[in-house]
Design a protein around this ligand. Structure first.
Ligand code: NAD
Length: 471
């Protein structure tokens, strides 16, 4: 059992001033596997002060110096990949195939930022003016548990590329994974204070970061509810804010779709990251003319999906991250039944022989109306809803009838028609007949899925302010 006492402030491991301990669990066994001593307000303030002091020098560095530091972080993350993989499986419960991807993603995302910063236009001429993109200052990066190291490294690399320094508050549920990241950052030998990590409660450390006047920018990934609280708290000091929030993404199966290819893509989109993905395609829109055919194909495919031990290579859905998350998923399955939706696969309870971990059954509902709670609220678990539409206009109207707008998937035989349908969907990312990830394209949401964009030049610019100099 690991006991984590330290946080990473000003380039050193520092024992937390906070004295509250928080239990860490293995979701596959529901057993405590460690505990972390949480940072408190004073730790957060110390981290902000270190980042503020470091900003003076870091903001003046050249692109070459930033690339050198980013390269060192990338190499250090690569050398800790095996340890990260182990902690992702044991603390988060990601199935092996997903966990492998997650353990390598920090390297990929840092490399992407390194490419982006080399292309970035730091200075542009506009008539007689020179427009200089200027780093904002200390960035507060607040991240969730569903891809801990990836979110930390992506946001950190982007902030540093822009010339900002960072205070990172990861989820308190991911302290083992964060410990690996901190070891890698220490091994990278960074200028002290450019990145600081304090694991603490959202309503303690997160609140300090989102209110503190010395923090110029917040980049937050998490729930829409918390995003609203952060926006309110940040308003007092006019912080620049990027919010990456929740979703209720549609997958539209058009009436000319080949179900042999569409169904696997629809389920991959819906069940990715064990359903604990902000971009999960949880509303599957099918044409009334092919409703039965779609139901039969989706039902048969869901019944083949293995939910259980994350170590088993056949598993595609691991346990939910916590008891709270497990209860939430069970609650929504119950709500779906009470609302009159029809269960085609899964349902309440654990899969057979899965043990006492927070395992759930991959669940598929049909006869879902887009007004039901299971179609409107983010469940964050492997629960999918089939919703019937009449024609393409109706499909677009249903897809857009949501508070969210993070992503969408359109599946159809005629690529031009699928593109045309996709163009009418209000979402930050629309994929047509593919789930391919384009690492350099902006990522973020319309409506209550967020504010602003991460990744690429859009992501770097979000940590900067344009300054016009006329001479
Ligand atoms: P959450 O909002 O509960 O927590 C996210 C982070 O915010 C955690 O570090 C938490 O400690 C912190 N926090 C909580 N209250 C806070 C406060 N008052 N002030 C400042 N910080 C606070 O979300 P979660 O349960 O950890 O993650 C799941 C949610 O994240 C889902 O809704 C999901 O859709 C969303 N998410 C979005 C994206 C995206 O890119 N759009 C990616 C992953 C997850």
């Amino acid at each position: 059992m690991q006991q984590l006492e330290q946080h990473f402030i000003n380039g050193k491991f520092i024992t937390a001033q906070g004295n509250e301990y928080y239990d860490l669990f293995n979701p596959a066994s529901a057993q405590v596997i460690g505990r972390v001593r949480l940072a408190n307000e004073a730790d957060a303030i110390a981290a902000i002060a270190a980042a503020k002091a470091a900003f003076v020098g870091w903001s003046q560095t050249s692109v070459a110096e930033r690339l050198d530091v980013l390269g060192r972080i990338r190499d250090a993350m690569a050398s800790y990949q095996d340890e990260l993989l182990e902690s992702i499986i044991v603390e988060y419960g990601a199935p092996v195939s997903r966990a492998n991807w997650m353990a390598h993603y920090p390297v990929d995302v840092i490399e992407q930022v390194m490419r982006d910063v080399q292309q970035f236009a730091f200075t542009t001429s506009v008539g007689k003016a020179q427009v200089h993109m200027t780093a904002l200052g200390v960035a507060g990066l607040i991240t969730p548990w569903n891809s801990n190291a990836g979110f930390i490294c992506g946001n950190l690399a982007t902030a540093l590329a822009a010339g900002c320094t960072a205070v990172i508050k990861p989820s308190e549920m991911s302290a083992l994974q964060t410990q690996v990241v901190m070891k890698a950052l220490d091994a990278a030998g960074l200028p002290p204070g450019i990145c600081n990590i304090v694991t603490g409660r959202g309503d303690v450390v997160g609140e300090v970061i989102s209110r503190h006047p010395d923090v110029a920018k917040i980049s937050f990934t998490g729930s829409t509810l918390t995003g609203k609280a952060i926006l309110r708290n940040a308003a007092e000091s006019f912080k620049r804010v990027t919010l990456e929030l929740g979703g209720k993404s549609p997958t539209i199966i058009l009436d000319d779709a080949d179900l042999a290819t569409a169904v696997p893509l629809a389920l991959e989109a819906g069940f990715m990251n064990s359903g604990q993905a902000c971009i999960a395609g949880t509303r599957i829109l099918v044409p009334r003319s092919r409703k039965t055919e779609c139901e039969v194909a989706l039902q048969a495919a869901v019944r083949q999906i293995q939910s259980g031990d994350p170590i088993d290579p056949r598993t595609t859905i691991g346990p939910m991250v916590s008891d709270k998350q497990w209860q939430r998923v069970q609650g929504y399955i119950r709500i779906g039944v009470e609302e009159g939706a029809k269960l085609l696969a899964g349902g309440e309870g654990r899969p057979e022989n899965s043990g006492q971990g927070w395992f759930v059954k991959p669940t598929l509902f049909t006869d879902v109306s887009n007004q039901m709670r299971i179609a409107r609220e983010e469940i964050f678990g492997p629960v999918l809803s089939i919703i019937t539409y009449e024609n393409d206009d109706d499909a677009v109207a249903i897809a857009n009838d949501t508070e969210y707008g993070l992503s969408a998937l359109v599946l159809g035989g005629d690529a031009d028609r699928a593109q045309a349908v996709g163009a009418r969907i209000h979402a930050g990312r629309v994929q047509i007949n593919t789930l391919t990830h384009e690492g350099g394209a902006p990522f973020g949401g319309f409506k209550q899925s967020g504010i602003g964009r991460e990744v690429g030049r859009w992501g770097i610019a979000a940590f900067m302010e344009p300054k016009t100099i006329v001479s």
